[in-house]
Design a protein around this ligand. Structure first.
Ligand code: ZN
Ligand code: ZN
Length: 259
């Protein structure tokens, strides 16, 4: 029986890419890595460029879209993105552009995809909930704060990849200039550890099989800060969570069926 499974190729401000697969459908969400690096990381998952079905893009920032156009041209991949992301990314030369409305579901092969808009300093940013019709994987990689709509979209998930970008104190004491600190910590920036935990507390987590912390800042956060913040309020989740690294991927995670 085919099941929804996922893996990351890397997560953080130096590049993001996530694989979501079901049956013969293999969707790449974002690609912030150069082609050769992407192929090297795909190979570690027993995948090659030809195995990809399509690329879906959350927003035009380089750590998410920097590698998309070259990879899409090389393997003639359809690229799904919002009109704002397409324009915000400079309307790159893509072999097959598929524009979507960030409130409307669409499907790529066996993978159903529900996009949802997020507050982030890009032109028309969104994030996704992927499903095989039974299991649901939510992804939230870049958002300055959590809206009620986002909480509804991320309720009762079976798996979640969630941004734990920074610790507010480390950000304030860290190396970023004041403008960049304000941007990262602002309403259109990135989720801090406490905001991520508050989101977890606000949703029904009964079915959650996998919790992955992602987009962890290397300058304004540490794995210890992430784990400590979650453990202080959600010890069970802290014990079971995995932290997605930047310099390497996270291997396949499969979702178990209900019942
Ligand atoms: Zn990002
Ligand atoms: Zn971003």
């Amino acid at each position: 029986m085919t099941r929804l499974r996922f893996a990351t190729l890397g997560s953080g401000s130096r590049g993001n890419a996530t694989i979501v697969a079901c049956g013969r459908t293999v969707v790449l969400m974002d690609c912030g890595f150069a082609v050769n690096e992407t192929l090297r990381r795909l190979a570690l998952l027993d995948l090659c460029g030809e195995a990809l079905s399509a690329i879906v893009v959350t927003h035009e920032h380089g750590d998410h879209m920097g590698g998309v156009a070259r990879l899409a041209r090389r393997f003639k991949l359809p690229v799904w993105l919002t009109a704002g992301t397409y324009r915000g990314g400079g309307a790159p030369k893509l072999p097959d552009v598929r524009l979507f409305n960030p409130h409307e579901a669409f499907a790529i092969g066996d993978v159903a995809i529900q996009p949802y808009p997020v507050p982030h300093d890009a032109r028309e940013p969104c994030q996704f909930v992927f499903s095989d019709g039974d299991q649901r994987l939510g992804v939230l990689s870049d958002a300055g704060h959590v809206t009620p709509h986002m909480r509804r979209c991320l309720d009762r998930l079976d798996a979640l990849i969630l941004e734990f970008n920074h610790d507010p104190q480390l950000l304030a004491a860290g190396p970023y200039p004041p403008e960049l600190q304000a941007r990262v910590g602002g309403q259109l920036g990135h989720l801090n550890n406490h905001q991520a935990v508050e989101l977890l507390e606000a949703v029904d987590r009964q079915a959650l099989q996998h919790l992955i912390a992602g987009h962890i800042s290397e300058k304004n956060n540490t794995p210890t800060h992430v784990r400590r913040t979650v453990a202080a309020r959600l010890p069970a989740e802290a014990a079971g969570m995995t932290l997605a690294p930047q310099d390497e991927g996270l291997g396949w995670h499969e979702l178990r069926r209900h019942g």
